[in-house]
Write a protein that binds this ligand. Structure first.
Ligand code: S3P
Ligand code: PEP
Length: 427
């Protein structure tokens, strides 16, 4: 384990193709829905990373038979038909937002006592809106430290309400968690969102996955969901490659004037983050949307003004493309990024400045101006996306070191090897 990695610059355009590992968001959703289903499910193309391991282990602890073969990227789940077999469990969620939010919802349909906790940063990431909804539903749910964050304690005998409200202005994951458990509730349920809903494409992803496993959901308006009770049926389900991970490789093409094909993704992918490609097109790149691949070709880059609320996991990637554009780039409407693995606005601006790049922090985002990166060691704040995005700077300028590269294990343990193998022909 080294404390930093130094990225070697490329000397010309990077050309190549790559298939990123399975989507974290789809892997963790598919495990939850398969666990709720009647019958067994075979999930293929799943991601092997800390976040998916945390989810699989938690389901096993809850008594769901979950057979994991990460070598083959396969997980077989014997669904418990909407029951939670174990009456009591302590679940460790590290810093996986999807895991703790989806599992808190999952445990609420059980019959017993459950405690969910995570690492130091997870204990700073809000979960109160989800807890408030469960309390509304008559469940004895609380944040143990009374600060709106994990650890979470639940005493429950199931979900039997027919109406529920949730606030999703800090994270869409509270709503996704409640949506996924709803078909397993005792009655049909009307779930409404109060206030703003961030990261909307993740809700569409949740609904699509639920429907693939047989759920019936109506959406009379964008803030209301009518979910029929009746459960899920186990399926064989193939997970798409991770579109957020793909953003780094599209960015490689953009900043080197090269051409990179990402296999396994397309315009209608379930992951909203494929729209990162549109942001690069807005900056001047060309995209070719294939049936099962996307090719991005880098051209002269211009600065843009962009709302990234719906694709906020790719904001750090864009922030590391922006220095190479001809004018400033303004990223807007991502205040919720302050609540993720680290404060992803302050941290990004701080590290861009460390590399000598002109950047300004705003409450809802940042502005980055054209600059040549200077040698430095980028701090990554235990945030996989800090490491993966700032590595891009090192392809364009010498002396860029990335501290704690192993933090990519949250979603992409082999990231630096994959980046190296894509770029090595251009050195
Ligand atoms: O539902 C999901 O799979 C996710 C939703 C997003 O979180 P927010 O809804 O908190 O923005 C995203 O950042 C996260 O990586 C995955
Ligand atoms: C925000 C992220 O993850 P999570 O919320 O699932 O921890 C992420 O992967 O960028």
């Amino acid at each position: 384990m080294s404390s930093f990695v130094e990225v070697t610059p490329v000397s010309g355009p990077v050309r190549g193709s790559i298939r990123p590992p399975g989507s974290k968001s789809l892997s963790n959703r598919a495990m939850i829905v398969a666990a709720l289903a009647s019958g067994s499910s075979r999930l293929t193309g799943v991601l092997d990373s800390v976040d998916t391991r945390v989810m699989a282990t938690a389901l096993q602890k809850l008594g769901i038979e979950t057979n994991v073969d990460f070598e083959q990227k396969v997980i077989e789940v014997s669904g418990a038909g909407g029951n939670v077999p174990e009456k009591s469990a302590e679940l460790w969620c590290e810093n996986s937002g999807t895991s703790i939010r989806f599992l808190t919802a999952f445990c609420s349909i059980g019959n017993g006592e459950y405690r969910l906790d995570g690492n130091e940063r997870m204990r700073e990431r809000p979960i109160a809106p989800l807890i408030d909804s469960l309390v509304q539903a008559g469940i004895d749910a609380k944040c143990e430290l009374e600060n709106g964050c994990p650890p979470v304690m639940l005493r429950t005998s199931g979900l039997s309400t027919d109406r529920l409200e949730v606030s999703a202005s800090m994270s869409s994951q509270y709503l996704s968690g409640l949506l996924m458990i709803s078909p397993a509730a005792k009655k049909n349920l009307v779930l409404s969102v109060t206030g703003e809903l961030v990261s909307r494409p993740y809700i569409d992803m949740t609904l699509a996955l639920m429907r693939s496993f047989g759920a019936i959901v109506d959406e009379p308006n964008p803030a209301e969901f009518h979910i029929q009770a009746g459960g899920y049926v186990g399926q064989d389900y193939d997970i798409e490659p991770d579109a957020s991970a793909a953003s780094y490789f599209f960015a490689v093409a953009a900043i080197t004037g090269g051409s990179v094909t990402v296999e396994g993704l397309h315009r209608n992918a379930l992951q909203g983050d494929v729209r990162f490609v549109d942001a690069l097109v807005q900056m001047g790149c060309e995209a070719e949307w294939g049936e099962n691949s996307i090719t991005l070709t880098g051209r002269e880059l211009r600065g843009i003004d962009i709302d990234m609320n719906e694709i906020s996991d790719t904001a750090q990637t864009l922030a590391c493309v922006a220095p190479f554009a001809s004018g400033p780039t303004r990223i807007r409407n991502i205040a919720h990024n302050r609540l993720k693995e680290t404060d992803r606005i302050t941290a990004v601006v701080h590290e861009l400045k460390r590399a000598g790049i002109a950047a300004e922090e705003h409450e809802d985002g940042m502005t980055i101006s054209p600059s040549l990166p200077q040698p430095c060691t980028i701090q990554t704040y235990d945030d996989h996306r800090m490491a993966m995005s700032f590595a891009l700077l090192g392809l364009k300028a010498p002396g860029i070191r990335i501290a704690d590269p192993d933090c990519t294990s949250k979603t992409y343990p082999e990231y630096f090897e994959a980046l190296e193998s894509l770029c090595k022909g251009s050195r």
